[in-house]
Design a protein around this ligand. Structure first.
Ligand code: IPE
Ligand code: IPE
Ligand code: MG
Length: 255
């Protein structure tokens, strides 16, 4: 029999979510996929509200992956329009609520109009101390790791860094979200049990939670279930149960 855990988790400091299932939500209603993406926008707001109410420090949402550019042109085009409208509609309200917005991913692949709105949203909300909301758009975990390796290579080439000094801490410094603690809780809707090139580096010791619910159907009760399950987990970070029972532990890559 294992000893009762004395290291139960509280509220996650950082939640990372793959918002999946919009297309299937629409297909079940015999509607175009885009209707599902539009319905998904409501779930984004619900999720932000939930995190604000619970005092979560950081929320990272996977909105569009590097690989999603390969979808049919009409779907990509419609998603871009939706993205632009959402930025126009939501940013002022997010600012009013103290949310700090930022985007991670390859920004250069978006149209100038979207890039300008992303930049403006980040500038407007930069000094907010509330929820740190990161939107992963044109984001890929492999690309994130490659970019960090590239940045370190430049430091070496310029003589600011020695190859033998490249370690996990140096890599972590150059990864997206470097200033935040790594995600405590990962949630994926839509029923698939995979990471799909989301935050590969940052999720090393994240607690994973999956639901069959499709993203547009997300509700507060489901998020609460994820938080409750998280709270009941014992995180060991490679140590023994006995060790973590006597001393609280964290991810060694936490800033
Ligand atoms: C997630 O929903 C949104 C994006 C990837 C942009 P999907 O569009 O992947 O929905 P399914 O997985 O096809 O149902
Ligand atoms: C992951 O969902 C990306 C986003 C939710 C933005 P996908 O629908 O692209 O993932 P796969 O293709 O099912 O792995
Ligand atoms: Mg999908």
């Amino acid at each position: 029999m294992s000893a009762p855990s004395t290291t139960l988790q509280g509220t996650p400091r950082h939640v990372a979510i793959i918002m999946d299932g919009n297309g299937r939500w629409a297909a079940r209603r015999r509607r175009p996929r885009m209707i599902g993406h539009r319905a998904g926008a409501r779930a984004v707001n619900l999720c932000i509200d939930f995190c604000l109410e619970r005092g979560v420090g950081a929320l990272t949402l996977f909105a569009f992956s590097s690989e999603n550019w390969g979808r049919p042109a009409d779907e990509v085009g419609a998603l871009m329009k939706l993205f632009l409208n959402a930025l126009d509609r939501e940013v002022d309200e997010l600012h009013r609520r103290g949310v700090r917005v930022r985007f991670i991913g390859e920004r250069g692949r978006f149209d100038a109009g979207i890039v300008a709105r992303m930049d403006a949203a980040e500038r407007l909300t930069a000094d907010n101390a509330g929820l740190a909301l990161s939107i992963a758009a044109s984001y890929g975990g492999r690309q994130d790791i490659a970019a960090a390796a590239r940045a370190l290579a430049v430091e070496v080439a310029e003589g600011r860094m020695r190859p033998q000094d490249i370690d996990e801490t140096a890599m972590a410094r150059h990864m997206a979200l470097a200033d935040l603690p790594p995600p405590d809780l990962f949630i994926r809707t839509g029923g698939d049990l995979r990471i799909s090139n989301f935050l590969l580096w940052q999720l090393a010791y994240t607690e994973l939670w999956f639901t069959d619910l499709l993203w547009p159907d997300l509700d507060a009760a489901t998020l609460q279930r994820a938080f409750d399950d998280f709270a009941a987990r014992e995180r060991r970070f490679g140590l023994t149960g006995g060790q973590v029972a006597s001393e609280p532990t964290t991810d060694t890559n936490a800033p």
